[in-house]
Design a protein around this ligand. Structure first.
Ligand code: GLU
Length: 469
């Protein structure tokens, strides 16, 4: 796929017109990984020439998303709006060389031309009125009309490329008309800027969404006209929702930055995205280091990948279990603070996180689970009536009395609990449930000895006293 003497250069070239969506992040990941695999360079280019739709917020969203995922670029970000002089220079060069020409047809004339063609059952296309040819006399230039610049597309032959994802694609030049590459005000158009950039930035592999397949033959022709070396193109199929429709807001979060907000870890997202449309045997769980060692363009899938929220959640749970508790603490603390948690004098967050992260699919799940340690219990009255019965109250009194003197660690609490159960001829839930309700305010907690140890003797005694008063 690559030769030793052409250094790999890939790029991610988003248009900053919204958030960084999952599809964009995935092509960025593939481009980044490919450059890493071959010790190449990953370029970030912001395609901001659509001034109506581009916003600084969207640029920031792209940068934040890439930063969160750790997809650091080696060069850039390059902004197309800052490269206008260069595009003008190339336009002038093409006009001088005759690979582009001024076209003075007005938009109305072009529209009328298309109408005629449609009426005749032909494919609408520019009819070449202003296209210079040997021996052809061009019309007189209309006064006060600013021309567009059109690319002089070859009239015959085909454009063929070996798409690294889709295989060989051939498009006849007859299918393509002379593309407008600069508007009447001189500003260059999208396909032209992409070509100049890929050329100047010496991009060797263009990996992008397959919504760009139609642009590729045009871009190839322009690049050939410039005498540039063609990169390899790979068009990755779209990501679909579980219902088989193109992934959209309807399916939930499609913006990458919604995921940290929902408590996803970047390594889970990266691992998930890496498997969306690419595979390495049966490997499902892998690090980015492994991915960069494996990633090739031969195992990209030709068919669209389907987004699977459960699988992402499963991976996130996997990485949460692996994550350092101190790191999770930094993510959980602000969530708890927002909920008004009392963190001072309460059990160490790192310890409670360590205890409760096993079943958490998200950081937000962890926050919800550890919250019982950081708020006053407010058990449901019906549950209290059900579990803290008059029959059990004396047992709880007995338990509380022993709590005052027992060594406060789970290895001493566990046998003490067993003694109480044995003496009162009870089963574990008969004691553990009321204890959980009174101390933690809820019935679901990890093992009672561990939970009691974490709450601390003082809090346990105080809450039992209050509950039994
Ligand atoms: N700017 C284009 C987009 O965001 C990508 C262009 C390309 O990768 O060639 O869809």
């Amino acid at each position: 796929m690559t030769t030793a003497n052409t250094p790999v250069r890939t790029r991610f070239a988003p248009s900053p017109t919204g958030y960084l969506h999952l599809g964009g992040a995935r092509t960025a990941l593939f481009s980044w990984a490919y450059a890493h695999r071959f010790g190449g360079t990953f370029v970030l280019r912001i395609e901001d020439t659509d001034v109506e739709r581009s916003t600084p917020e969207a640029v920031q969203a792209i940068i934040d998303g890439m930063q969160w995922l750790g997809l650091h670029h080696d060069e850039g970000p390059f902004y197309q709006m800052k490269r206008m002089d260069r595009y003008r220079e190339v336009l002038a060069q093409m006009l001088a060389q005759g690979t582009a020409y001024y076209c003075y047809s007005s938009p109305e004339e072009v529209e009328a031309m298309r109408e005629r063609q449609r009426a005749a059952g032909d494919k609408p296309r520019y009819d070449g009125t202003w296209r210079p040819e040997a021996g052809k006399t061009l019309p007189a230039i209309p006064a006060d009309r600013k021309p567009v610049v059109r690319f002089k597309n070859p009239l015959d032959g085909d454009v063929t490329w070996d798409d690294v994802v889709k295989g060989t694609i051939t498009i006849s030049n007859r299918e393509m008309d002379d593309l407008v590459i600069a508007r009447p005000d001189g500003t260059p158009t999208y396909n032209f800027c992409v070509v100049v950039d890929d050329w100047d930035m010496k991009i060797t592999h263009v990996i992008r969404g397959d919504d760009h397949v139609n642009n590729t033959p045009r871009q190839i022709n322009i690049l050939k006209a410039l005498g540039g070396t063609l990169p390899l193109y790979g068009h990755v199929p779209m990501i679909l929702g579980a219902d088989g429709e193109k992934l959209s807001k309807r399916h939930g979060a499609v913006s990458v930055m919604d995921y940290p907000a929902q408590g996803y870890l970047p390594e889970a997202m990266l691992n998930y995205l890496a498997r969306l449309g690419w595979s390495h045997g049966d490997e499902e769980v892998f690090s980015m280091e492994q991915f960069c060692g494996w990633f090739d363009l031969d195992h990209l899938s030709k068919s669209p990948a389907q987004f699977n929220q459960e699988k992402l959640a499963w991976l996130n749970n996997h990485y949460i279990k692996l994550a350092d508790n101190a790191r999770l603490e930094k993510l959980v603390r602000p969530l708890l603070e927002k909920e008004g948690a009392q963190l001072d004098g309460a059990p160490s967050l790192e310890l409670t996180i360590g205890l409760l992260k096993e079943r958490a699919n998200t950081v937000n799940d962890i926050a919800a689970a550890v919250m019982m340690f950081y708020r006053q219990p407010a058990p449901d009255a019906a549950l209290l009536a059900q579990h803290v019965t008059d029959a059990i109250k004396p047992v709880l009194q007995d338990f509380a009395a022993r709590c005052a003197t027992v060594e406060w660690k789970k290895d001493a609490l566990a046998p003490m609990i067993k003694e109480v159960l044995a003496e009162h001829k009870l089963k574990m839930p008969q004691l553990a449930m009321p204890l959980r309700l009174l101390v933690a305010g809820q019935l679901q907690t990890p093992a009672i000895d561990v939970v009691l140890e974490l709450f601390g003797r003082e809090v346990v005694l105080e809450r039992l006293k209050k509950g039994l008063a």
